[in-house]
Design a protein around this ligand. Sequence first.
Ligand code: ATP
Ligand code: MG
Length: 570
Amino acid sequence: MRYSRYLLATLKETPADAEIASHQLMLRAGMIRKVAAGIYNYLPFGLRAIRKVEQIVREEMERAGALELLMPMVVPSELWQESGRWEQYGRELLRLQDRKETGFCLGPTHEEVVTDVVRNTVRSYRQLPLNLYQIQTKFRDEIRPRFGLMRGREFIMKDAYSFDLDEAGADVAYEKMFQAYRRIFERCGLKFRAVEADTGNIGGSSSHEFMVLAESGEDAIVSCDRCAYAANVEKAELLPGSIKPAEPAEELRQVATPGRRTVEEVTGFLGIAPQQLVKTLILQTDTGEIAAVLLRGDRELNEIKLCRLLGCAEVTLADEEVVRRKTGAPSGFAGPVGLNLRLLADYEVAGMADFVTGANVEDSHYLGVNLQRDVLVETFADLRVAGAGDPCPRCDGRLESWRGIEVGHVFKLGTKYSEALGATVLDDQGRERILFMGCYGIGIGRTVASAIEQNHDENGIVFPLPIAPFQVLITVVNPKEEDVMRAAEVLYGELQALGVEVLLDDRDERPGSKFKDADLLGIPLRLTVGSRGLKEQAVELQKRSNGDRSLLPLAEAASQLAGIVRQALS
Ligand code: ATP
Ligand code: MG
């Protein structure tokens, strides 16, 4: 490809609305352009990287025995009604109607559609195991689309679905996908880790997320400093351990805390540590229940754990009117003493004594609160967000915390969808059996963005070669010099003949600005063709990754580069 004929819309300035490096660089290198919030054009240079990742994903899916198909993006509501998700899925699902007012949605994920395919085409256990995958555009009406392709509303996903006769078969399919994912992300040049994950609204029994390590990641992860345990904090369990109820030493007494509502304000005013306060959260579920949850003052509620305990899909803090009605005080003064609400507490609270809580009276708190004497907790449970320093749930190590970007997710689904949609086969005894399923997603655009997030410097992108839009960039120092241009053209032709993907910078621009663009675009191997080198019958090779320079004899440059490319891909 000739730069002079290519559409490379590079930007000198960092776009103001791009917060993280990958988003800034993808805009600056002319890979993507925004059309609307979370909706992007993939420009030619960006699309090449997307296609590279897709190709790696395809190769590894095929290696694992999965078969490619393509399902529609527009999905009839009927199918989603069969699984029950038409009602459950919430507002990320973009619903629409056709001219006959029939309901449809834009597919955010395809469990229903693929289960429909299988129930209509697979009859016998002999056709199993089966794993079907597609690479397709998904739509999710995310509340906060951001960071470019990291969290789009329209985005490309690889989604695979496995079908097996029994659970043991499904476990084998899961393991195969797990290994395929490892290979995919390794080939994409990513530093990643597989962690235990929550199954969310997809459902199922067990799941792992593949997390790319990055400071800018939206996910918080904990891992043990001793054993292999690693989990998303959404999921990370904390065991009750050997918490013993402490003996009360203080009398219960009410004190004035005028206008002090937050943990910080109250503990600051009383001159105590947040660990001596128990906060009382009044919460409302989507099923209409109102409950109170007790947590140590410095802890954070894990809403996913609470939802699992209460069997609801969503909890929110109760609004002011509800808080006043249930506690008799404005928010900021709620407490468990004498509170007439379902009362749940985090395990940790069980080990506390003589603590501070709200008094259910405006501008007032209790000191010396004790569980056995003053409060009736219905259930103690694991309700808080795990963090650094917490005990590992598997061994006696401690948890460390870090941040990550979820690029892939594998789930064991069990029979949730096959049962709801009636996907069965006949086994070798002629009996009808419900299929066991798994589902496996990879965000293609998010993978490209993550690779850039992990591989860049202050001057631009540093593409890992397997996903680089081009493998080699030839910079012609002065295209007006005939012998220079001729030598560059010969090299260009030779490299192409050897199957190398080359961008030839034949523009009539200052060398300095060409080198700046070269840094920004991040093409891994750079050849500089100029009159000085040609006098020695040589061209200069520079690696974008480490800046190393070396001279190659002109006659051998193409074959040597092809060798380097081949090696990097093997
Ligand atoms: P997240 O928690 O980040 O919203 P998810 O758990 O909803 O992700 P899955 O339903 O497991 O994601 O989707 C499979 C993969 O699709 C994810 O691992 C991720 O790589 C990608 N993905 C999901 N949502 C988006 C999005 N809004 N933009 C880009 N990629 C996405
Ligand atoms: Mg999501």
